[in-house]
Design a protein around this ligand. Structure first.
Ligand SMILES: [Zn+2]
Length: 359
C-alpha cells in the first residue's frame, strides 16, 4: 500500500485512502505542519546504526543518524537547533552519555543538515565537527549561512525554521581530505567528497557495515511512499551549486564501493536497488531537461520549471503505481518542487555548469 490513513483535517485533499499499513502517527500530508513526534525514539537500522527523526518541518522529513561502536557515537548531520532534545533523548534511550559522542559528521552545510551543529557541539564536550573544507569556515562563522538561507526562504521563514545559528570553535572543527578515514570504537569510516548537490557535499562510508551516509546525493525518499519494499526517490537540486555532471560522477563513486545500504537525510535507510538508481538517474536527467527546455523564458521561468518538475513527478509516481493517490504524494514534495525549481533557475542563470554536451 502506498499511504496510510490521513488526518481528517488535511485541507483540500480527497477523502479516500487506500491503505492502513503504516503508523498513522507519522502520516501527515500537510507540508510545514509542526505536529512532529517529540520523543526522539531512535529507530534501529541494524549494524549499530540508528535514525532519529529530527522533527524538521514535519515527521519523517529529516533524519539524524547515529553510528555506534564500542561505547562511542558519531552523529551524521544535525538538522536544526530544535532537534537537539531529540538527539539527547535518543542517546539516553540507547544508554550513551553526552561524553560518548566523538564526532558530528556533516554531509554539507545546508541548514536542514547543519543548522543545529553549533548548538550540539555545545552540549557534546568531546565531539569534533567533521565538515568539508568548503563548509568549515561557515560553521565557525555562520553569518554568511544566515544571509544565504534568508535569500532562499525569506528572513522570517528562515528564522522560524532555524533560529539563531551557534558558531563552532575553530579548534573543534576538522576540515576533511577526500578519502580520509576516521576511527570510531574500532569502526572505520571513510570520507568521500561528492559535489553535485553542493560543492561542500561529502559522504561517509562505514567500511564495516558497508553503509553509505549520503546526505542529499541519493535524493529524497519519503517512507510514506514505500510500496511492496520499493522506495520512491526524487532528486534535490536546491540552490545554489547544482551541477548535474558532478552529481552523476559522485553517485557512481559511492556506488563503486558497493554499499549494502544508503542512509539518506530525507529519509533514512534505503537499499541501492537497480530500480532505485535507475529512477534517480532518470529523474536527474529529467530535471536537467525541464530546466533546459525553459532556458529562454523570461521572468516567470522559475514558475514554468516548477510546473515541468511537477509533471515529471506525477509521471514517475504513476509509473511507480501511486494511482489515485498521486496528488497526495505530490503534496509531500511541495516544498521540494519549489526549491528544486529555484535551484535550476539559478543554475541556468549562472551558466548551467555540468549540463550534458548535447544540450
Ligand atoms: Zn542540501
Amino acid at each position: 500500500m502506498l499511504f496510510g490513513k490521513r488526518r481528517r483535517d488535511t485541507a483540500g485533499m480527497p477523502s479516500d485512502n487506500a491503505g492502513t499499513d503504516f503508523d498513522e502517527e507519522y502520516v501527515n500530508l500537510v507540508p510545514n505542519d509542526r505536529g512532529a513526534r517529540a520523543d526522539g525514539a531512535p529507530m534501529d537500522c541494524g549494524a549499530g546504526i540508528y535514525a532519529v527523526d529530527s522533527g524538521y518541518v514535519r515527521p519523517r522529513l529529516a533524519a539524524i543518524h547515529l553510528i555506534t561502536a564500542n561505547g562511542r557515537v558519531a552523529l551524521v548531520d544535525s538538522a536544526h537547533n530544535a532537534a537537539l532534545p531529540r538527539v539527547e533523548a535518543a542517546l539516553a534511550a540507547l544508554g550513551f552519555a553526552r561524553e560518548a559522542v566523538e564526532y558530528l559528521f556533516l554531509t554539507h552545510v545546508h541548514l536542514d543538515h547543519a543548522g543545529g551543529a553549533g548548538a550540539m557541539m555545545q552540549v557534546f564536550p568531546n565531539a569534533h565537527l567533521v565538515v568539508h573544507p568548503r563548509g568549515a569556515r561557515h560553521m565557525a562563522d555562520p553569518g554568511q549561512l544566515n544571509t544565504a538561507t534568508a535569500a532562499v526562504y525569506g528572513a522570517e521563514r528562515a528564522a522560524e525554521l532555524y533560529g539563531t545559528l551557534v558558531p563552532v570553535p575553530e579548534e573543534r572543527i576538522i576540515a576533511t581530505a577526500d578519502g580520509q578515514v576516521f576511527g570510531l570504537g574500532g569502526r572505520e569510516i571513510q570520507v568521500l567528497h561528492t559535489p553535485g548537490h553542493a560543492k561542500h557535499h561529502q559522504c561517509f562510508f562505514d567500511r564495516d557495515g558497508r553503509g553509505a551516509f549520503t546526505g542529499d546525493l541519493f535524493g529524497m525518499s519519503y517512507r510514506e511512499l514505500d510500496r511492496d519494499g520499493h522506495n520512491f526517490v526524487f532528486p534535490t537540486t536546491t540552490p545554489s551549486q547544482f551541477n548535474p555532471g558532478d552529481f552523476k560522477r559522485s553517485i557512481e563513486r559511492v556506488m563503486a564501493l558497493s554499499p549494502a545500504a544508503l542512509y539518506l537525510t530525507h529519509f533514512s535507510r534505503v537499499l541501492p536497488s537497480e530500480a532505485y538508481l535507475a529512477q534517480l538517474r532518470r529523474m536527474l536527467d529529467g530535471h536537467v531537461a525541464v530546466a533546459l527546455a525553459e532556458r529562454h523564458r523570461g521572468a516567470d521561468r522559475q514558475q514554468h520549471i516548477r510546473q515541468g518538475l511537477a509533471s515529471l513527478l506525477r509521471r514517475e509516481l504513476a509509473a511507480f503505481g501511486a494511482g489515485e493517490l498521486i496528488e497526495q504524494a505530490v503534496a509531500l514534495f511541495v516544498d521540494d518542487l519549489e526549491l528544486n525549481a529555484q535551484g535550476l533557475d539559478y543554475w541556468l542563470a549562472h551558466g548551467a555548469d555540468g549540463a550534458p554536451e548535447s544540450a
